[in-house]
Design a protein. Structure first.
Length: 288
């Protein structure tokens, strides 16, 4: 490599050595040490030698991160570089978050990486984009937004379910109502007719029963939280061979981890539910 050295004595104040590698090094200090390295592909390393970046990228590389540019893109990242062969690689163990501006679509892009424990040159796995600010000033966040440690904007649970088979309820007994088919379950929080949301907050729970009593009968629909009746949400007085439809709603706080909801039914006389009009809905309303 060719070297230009600037030191602190009259004999070493300026010194040039040359070779044919195409690399230029600038050195400074009383005992000259390398301050900048320009490689043959016009990439610059400041206080470090530049890595072997892909040929389509120009970069200024610092000891712990880089600023880079390629067609339509200007970006920066920590602990990584764009490796020759069109892949991202780590400089060392740890994470390598990345930010880019794109002139082709006017967007700003933030990406997060895996946690590397395999040393230098291990491949980086990036998500598509953790956050995007597009040219229309729309901010898209692809996970939860937290304020003071609490998720305030998140992919909140919503469930709609119904029964797919009749269910017989025995007289003078409290029985769990079955909703075997989920029309949608956005966060996979509904299983075995039990709702266990994974985001803390207030939820509106709605349930409906469709039934054909076998005799005159008082029927009570109950909302149970963590195995205990929280409230009665509906009551009906049915008569023999006369279909009844009744339901209700209740707003309840859920902790987002262990709290769960069941719908129970108490009947004075045996009767059978109808399908598919026995329904369950759960909707996130607001954060704590």
């Amino acid at each position: 490599m060719s070297t230009i050295s600037a030191s602190t004595t009259t004999t070493t104040a300026f010194k040039v050595t040359a070779d044919t590698t195409g690399t230029l090094v600038l050195q400074t200090g009383s005992t000259p040490t390398t301050a900048m390295t320009f490689d043959a592909s016009q990439r610059l390393g400041v206080n470090t030698a530049p890595s072997t970046w892909g040929t389509s990228v120009r970069a200024v590389q610092l000891p712990y991160g880089s600023i880079y540019s390629s067609a339509n893109i200007n970006g920066s990242l920590v602990n990584g570089y764009y490796k020759s062969g069109a892949s991202w690689a780590f400089l060392a163990n740890g994470y390598a978050p990345r930010y880019e501006q794109n002139s082709s679509d006017g967007g700003h892009y933030w990406a997060t990486s895996n946690n590397n424990a395999s040393g230098a040159d291990a491949a980086i796995t990036y998500n598509s984009s953790a956050m995007v600010l597009d040219a229309s000033a729309n901010l898209k966040v692809y996970s939860d937004v937290y304020v003071n440690g609490t998720a305030k904007l998140s992919r909140n649970p919503a469930v709609a379910a119904c029964n797919n088979a009749t269910q017989t309820f025995s007289a003078a007994t409290t029985t769990k109502v079955l909703f075997q088919t989920a029309t949608f379950d956005t966060n996979s929080c509904f299983s075995s007719s039990t709702f266990t949301p994974n985001v803390p907050g207030y939820y509106l729970i709605t349930a409906q029963i469709s039934a054909q009593p076998n005799s005159s009968n008082e029927i009570t629909l109950q909302l149970a939280k963590n195995g205990s009746t929280l409230t009665r949400i509906a009551r009906s007085y049915g008569s023999a061979s006369s279909a009844v439809y009744f339901g209700g709603s209740y707003l309840v706080y859920m902790n987002g981890s262990t709290d769960y909801i069941d719908i129970n039914l108490y009947t004075q006389a045996t009767f059978t539910s109808e399908t598919p009009y026995t329904l369950f809905n759960a909707t996130f309303v607001r954060n704590p």
